[in-house]
Design a protein around this ligand. Structure first.
Ligand code: F6P
Length: 541
């Protein structure tokens, strides 16, 4: 079945033709309660989706589309541990990572929740030992800096969450993240650190990733250089987070110092697995547990709430609506919180690695546009940079505004000003300003066309009481399930990422030519061959 061939899709296409000319001004004028009515709650998150180009009929048709795509059944299949990642023949069970200990879930013969809590227990013990100073480095000094080495899902989750939750972190501990194979990343992250007081957490699901293994080797050399070349130091200064015990061992890290997770956790869904270890060390096990409870609250919402009131389902379907029928190619994430500055980068991997697919799960080409380009910056900074295009550009860019009731740092009325800006942006995008309104303000006639604000630009406002470990967990789980919803409707496998492989293989093949160890291959395309040759000249090779 091709979703675009169904009666439900056709009904939406027809409905779109009728609704597209309608302005949000008219939709609000026609329903005095719209701003309160088209809202929902998931956990502590209050979600206003009233400023979307939808009517009750649109929502009904979108839900019918979700039903037709079998969304309810797919959600249940994920929670049951079915192998819904079909191309890799794996279960997709990040939701099991935050299930309470008394939940009994056995998948492929493994008691997964029991295994999860066993590792969580080891993580808590380790985090407490590092935080209390009981874990000593090779020279007997306590650890004062933790460096997470990982990339993609083994970096972005803990890095984003640490940035978000700095207000909850042990400030006497320094936490750094090294991901890039650009040697400057490691150099800058460690330039002021003392090897005797530094602990490396090497995080890699596969433990085969070039960047991570290269940086881990550089880290080991740095440590041994600093501590008198005594190999015994490695055990005190390196722990690993991985699914691959053998590779961890052959790298030289004692499996006793390894925190395990499983192939049913996708890299971009792994923040709540042992990949969160460096974060747990920073914020402590209690705050980490609160974050897990936040995730779990929204997981339960997604699993149990009827589709019509299910927030991730609604937001996912709205994305399908804009991508499929309005040709919206990008989606802006605009957190009005400096602490959430890494959220857009995190969501780029979550959404784009998951749903950037042009082949359906059954191997046939998709007949509809899929994955949007996610991007964004915290407000109010973005307002002074790219909001011009959001307001008056020619592209439709659905936007998510994320804000909080209480500030983490109350200073005068700054937080009120921050939130006033957020609400103003969402309102201006929706309602704009007509030529008559502009002219009535006394704007000189030649300037009127330039100052008209077209409006009718959709956005969601997500308002949480305060940025806490719990609300961060709720927010991330919300996006995870939005991605799931879109993937089901688009009939793609949101849990593989074959598109990243060829570039890795080619880079390995090209490296010897760049270093001068091998001649420039005549098999290369002429562009790559010329670039390699030019690079070699620049390096004097
Ligand atoms: O190259 C993409 C990718 O496989 C991501 O999916 C993953 O999060 C990242 O690389 C890192 O992989 P690993 O955790 O196995 O080092």
């Amino acid at each position: 079945m091709d979703i675009t061939e169904t009666a439900e899709w056709r009904a939406l296409a027809e409905h779109h033709r009728a609704l597209a000319p309608a302005h949000l001004r008219d939709l609000f004028a026609g329903d005095p309660r719209r701003g309160e009515r088209l809202t929902a709650k998931a956990g502590d998150l209050y979600i206003d989706y009233s400023k979307h180009r939808v009517t009750d009929e649109t929502l009904r048709l979108l839900i019918a589309l979700a039903e037709r795509a079998g969304l309810r059944d797919r959600i249940a299949a994920m929670f049951r541990g079915e192998h819904i990642n079909t191309t890799e023949d794996r279960a997709v069970l990040h939701v099991a990572l935050r299930m309470p200990a008394d939940e009994d879930l056995v998948v492929d013969g493994q008691p997964v929740v029991r295994d999860v809590h066993e590792v969580l227990g080891r993580m808590r013990e380790f985090a407490d030992r590092v935080r209390s100073g009981e874990w000593r480095g090779h020279t007997g000094r306590p650890i004062r800096a933790v460096v997470n080495i990982g990339i993609g899902g083994s970096d972005l989750g803990p890095a984003m969450a640490y940035t978000a939750l700095q207000a909850y972190a042990a400030r006497e501990l320094t936490l750094r993240f090294v991901s890039n194979i650009d040697p400057t990343d490691f150099a800058e992250a460690t330039r002021d650190l003392d090897p005797a007081e530094t602990l490396f957490v090497v995080s890699s699901k596969t433990f085969t990733t070039l960047e991570t293994l290269t940086n881990a080797t550089v880290a080991r050399d740095w440590l041994l250089r600093g501590l008198g070349a005594d190999e015994a130091a490695v055990a005190k200064h390196f722990v690993a987070v991985s699914t691959n015990t053998e590779a961890v061992q052959s790298f030289g890290i004692d499996p006793q110092n390894m925190f395990e997770f499983w192939d049913w956790v996708g890299g971009r869904y792994s923040l709540t697995s042992a990949i969160g270890l460096s974060l747990m060390v920073a914020i402590g096990p209690e705050a980490y547990d609160e974050m897990l409870a936040g995730f779990s609250a929204v997981d339960e919402h997604f699993r149990t709430v009827p589709l019509e009131a299910n927030v991730p389902v609604l937001l996912g379907l709205l994305n399908v609506w804009y991508r499929g029928f309005f040709d919206a190619q990008t989606h802006a994430v605009l957190p009005y919180s400096q602490y959430l500055s890494r959220l857009p980068a995190y969501l780029q991997q979550l959404t784009m690695e998951s749903n950037g697919k042009s082949v359906r799960a059954d191997g046939q080409p998709v007949a509809t546009a899929t994955g949007e380009v996610y991007w964004g910056e915290p407000g109010t900074n973005g307002q002074h940079a790219f909001h011009q295009l959001l307001h008056q550009g020619t592209s439709l860019v659905p936007a998510d505004f994320i804000g909080f009731g209480e500030p983490n740092h109350p200073v005068g009325d700054m937080h009120d000003l921050l939130m006033a800006n957020m609400l103003a942006q969402s309102a201006v995008l929706a309602f704009g300003r007509t030529a008559e309104e502009v002219a009535a303000d006394g704007t000189p006639t030649p300037l009127v066309p330039h100052t008209i604000m077209p409006g009718n630009r959709p956005s969601t406002v997500i308002l949480a009481p305060r940025l806490t470990p719990a609300t961060l967990g709720q927010l991330v789980a919300l996006y995870e399930h939005v991605v799931f919803t879109q993937g089901v409707v688009w009939q793609i496998n949101s849990f593989d990422q074959w598109g990243v492989e060829l570039g890795k293989v080619m880079a390995r093949e090209l490296a010897p030519a760049l270093s001068g160890a091998e001649p420039v291959s005549l098999d290369q395309d002429t562009s790559t061959a010329a670039l390699v040759a030019h690079y070699r000249r620049l390096r004097g090779r």
